[in-house]
Design a protein around this ligand. Sequence first.
Ligand code: NAD
Length: 248
Amino acid sequence: MSLEGKVAVVTGGARGIGRALAEGLAAAGADIASLDLTDSAELVASVTAMGRRAVGVPTDVSSPESVAAAAVAVEAELGPAHILVNNAGLHPHQTSFADTSWELWSKTMRVNLDAMFLTSKAFYTQMNANGWGRIINMSSSVVNVAPLGGVHYIASKAGVLGLTRALARELGPHITANALAPSLVDTPGLSETGISQEVYDAVVGAQVLQELTTAKDLAGLVVFLCSHEARFFTGQHLHIDGGMVFGD
Ligand SMILES: NC(=O)c1ccc[n+]([C@@H]2O[C@H](COP(=O)([O-])OP(=O)(O)OC[C@H]3O[C@@H](n4cnc5c(N)ncnc54)[C@H](O)[C@@H]3O)[C@@H](O)[C@H]2O)c1
């Protein structure tokens, strides 16, 4: 499953899941562009050390102007993109529906959902130019589980699923689009939410594999979905959660 010669754009590649996915794609041979608000220097260094090209493009993926500029920069630095991993996202700080403000709702939608519209629109034309493309969108098991205190986050991730299926239909067959649904993954963003030990224990206890998912656990599936061998997978919502959600 070599990705040699492929250009992969990963949003939020500077840390957490995005960084692990970018490094996994690079290990499979892809050149990497990380679009992130955070400095991607560490990722760029690790990908370069693997002998692949890498560029960090400072980007706010929720801004149309910033995404348009990033698409120009990626094409100029690495050539037209083949792969887009829409990973950047805001984590939910547990908030009841009563306490969910319009501002929190709107910001979550802008970063978690609107941004995927913007990046997909900006990069699918580059994939068309290549005659081949792969879009991977980060969803979450919350779409199925709907835990308390996350109306804004759950709705944004359910939107990601709809976007993924619509893109799979409209952009296929040469471009596939799939969504990845992990449960809790040990990342800087997750620990910043101040999540309690009880929640960790409850999630791990609901899994077949009784341990917290790591970002690296997701990379192999993403490499497969980005390969030629996965050409018949499109429009799917893939649960990678140690065996918690069974089904769609
Ligand atoms: N960690 C989990 O438990 C978990 C579970 C399910 C789904 N997810 C999803 O996985 C994705 C990554 O999560 P993570 O845990 O690695 O998060 P993280 O906070 O550790 O990393 C997110 C990265 O995205 C970047 N980012 C945030 N907003 C941005 C913006 N507007 N423009 C550009 N970059 C931006 C951040 O700078 C950061 O580098 C998110 O979409 C999240 O919803 C995470």
